[in-house]
Design a protein. Structure first.
Length: 257
């Protein structure tokens, strides 16, 4: 499967920053683990550096890896006039060739869901495993496959609103359709720009496909790829996973070569 087929949602890195930069819960969680290690920390599917940059600002050495050139270009632009210790690398996370081992690798922003097939998931975890130091830590988050999440009606559902760079309100809607055979949710995101009177003056649509993994399936997937689960949570505050969760946050340790 071509990873570039899933790029529509990331064609505007500035818009991505506007919609996603405010979320920092995962960054604060990873900072706690970063304090325990020495050596370069690797941020996979780093995008525009939403998590990479604040970790570097906290004094850590970072390697940010992404396959999307446009997102990396924005990340580099945001750090070009700083002395932050970040190396930005354009690579496919399923076939990493970084020439370094890390004590801590993470992938956040639900980016694990971009690896849509069993083969891609195994290739990602193999790459992570080979780039971790002995007993290195791997942290990631992914959406919990709840009934509410997967069995949404295939109609427009309001998600959120925000102000764009011109000050106009943008209402965001989602249409989802779950493929039970592939465990892949197909999303259409609709962004409608409104003027001061509330009239729609612009509309953009984008598509994205995301793979869902169930908890028992994840346990087996991680074990088979050489990881021990140290903790699994429903949020970045380390609340225990429950049936009404929206997220699954995993902290894993490399256990074998």
């Amino acid at each position: 499967m071509n990873p570039f087929d899933n790029f529509e949602e990331y064609k505007d890195p500035v818009l991505y920053d506007r919609e996603n930069d405010p979320f920092q819960d995962d960054v604060e969680f990873i900072k706690k683990w970063a304090k325990k290690v020495n050596g370069p920390i690797i941020d996979l599917a780093c995008g525009t550096g939403r998590a990479t940059i604040p970790l570097a600002e906290a004094g850590h050495s970072l390697i940010g890896v992404d396959i999307n050139n446009g997102m990396l270009t924005q990340a580099k632009k945001k750090t070009e006039h700083t002395d932050l210790n970040i190396e930005w690398i354009e690579q496919d996370c399923t076939n990493l060739q970084l020439g370094v081992k890390s004590p801590l690798i993470f992938i956040v922003g639900n980016s694990l869901q971009h690896f849509l097939t069993n083969e891609e998931q195994d290739q990602l975890l193999t790459s992570v495993h080979s780039h971790l130091e002995k007993e290195g830590i791997f942290i990631f988050g992914t959406r919990f496959p709840s009934l509410d999440e997967l069995l949404q009606p295939p109609t427009e559902e309001y998600w959120r609103s925000y102000k764009d760079e011109t000050g106009k309100t943008v209402d965001v809607y989602m249409i989802s359709n779950y493929d039970t055979l592939q465990q892949v949710q197909h999303y259409i995101t609709i962004r409608r720009q409104k003027d001061d009177s509330g009239k729609t003056v612009g509309e953009q649509k984008s598509n994205i496909k995301l793979r869902y993994v169930f908890p028992q399936e994840m346990n087996r997937l991680l074990k088979q790829n050489g990881f021990e689960i140290l903790g699994v949570y429903k949020d970045w505050n380390e609340s225990l996973l429950t049936q009404d969760s929206h997220q699954m946050i995993y902290v894993c340790r490399k256990v074998s070569e």
